[in-house]
Ligand binder design. Sequence first.
Ligand SMILES: *Cc1c(COP(=O)(O)O)cnc(C)c1O
Length: 376
Amino acid sequence: MTTALAQTSIPFFNYRGAFAAREDEFIDIIRDVMRRGAFIQQRDLAEFEDALARYLGVAHAFGVANATDGLVMSLRAAGIRPGDEVIFPSHTMVATAAAVAHVGGIPVAVDIGLDHLIDPASIQAAVTDKTRAILPVQLNGRTCDMDAIEEIALQHDLLIIEDAAQALGSRFKGRYAGTFGIAAAISFYPAKILGCFGDGGAVVTNDADVARKIALLRDHGRNEDGDVEMWGFNSRLDNMQAAILHAQFRDYDQIVTRRRSIARLYESLLSDVTEIGLPPGPDADKDHFDVFQNYEIEASRRDELRKYLADKGIGTIIQWGGTPVHAFAKLGFNVSLPVTERFFERCLMLPLNMMVTDDEVTCIATAVRKFYGVAA
Ligand SMILES: *Cc1c(COP(=O)(O)O)cnc(C)c1O
């Protein structure tokens, strides 16, 4: 019986499946928006922005073209100037650092801690008299220890701008990722928890001055009267994408609950395998409420494990193509970050998405156990 098992196929992410699951509803939305000819800065965008702001309890939310633009505009609106140093964790997408570079700032890469997020001690050690801001990344759907980061910011008079691209709904001590700093960017890239059919993002802020600037920056610097007040960008969230995001956002709590339950299942099936390290589980501590954008483990013999799983039809991904930002030689970083470097020899992401079933998670865990020779 078990010897004749068909080849499994569990892709890391299943775009087509995610569309098929709600195809009729999505097509209705697209048709409705198209029939209204409502494409740029229309009511669907405004309604989605309202829903997002209400959910996070922030004063302002702006749909933008993508989170990378959102970070650039947040940094600019917050007043980061050429030569300002901005501290960020090297375990992130290059976009985090690129945003700093695009406003003329100097991205300063620091190390991660045991929870894979920016290490407060490493931030502290990197502060100079040119440091203007900390750019924590709320990675994998987990919010950093913001108490420690806020304390450092206060001590050195630094701004906090959050890369919350992966963390919509994540909380630390009851506060949402994206609400700690002067501004934050969220991503709606298709593989993000709330993903659209293309690129999309948002900037959220409680700061009235930053909000006003973001509203101008995303639309060519134009105000309501059509007067151009500053050099801006064309970085708007398409109205159609906003409509689709809003429909999915209505079920967001269920989506997060499901993701947490997949993480809980992985933990129950893998926590005794000593060759791997699991991320903090959904019930690990009361301070964190993680939404599990990713399930990123550490694994000994990582590359062999990855191949073993691939041969069984199980898709995995090494985040950022396996290179932390400071290790891209042509970007000119000159720093060694031992915890991050060691982590990148071992990190691997297992499938965690709305299409993967409990049986598939069990199948993945069984394969991992078998690879290490641990009894089922
Ligand atoms: C996805 C992502 C970004 C970039 O988001 P885009 O919307 O694709 O621009 C930035 N930072 C992190 C941590 C991300 O995961």
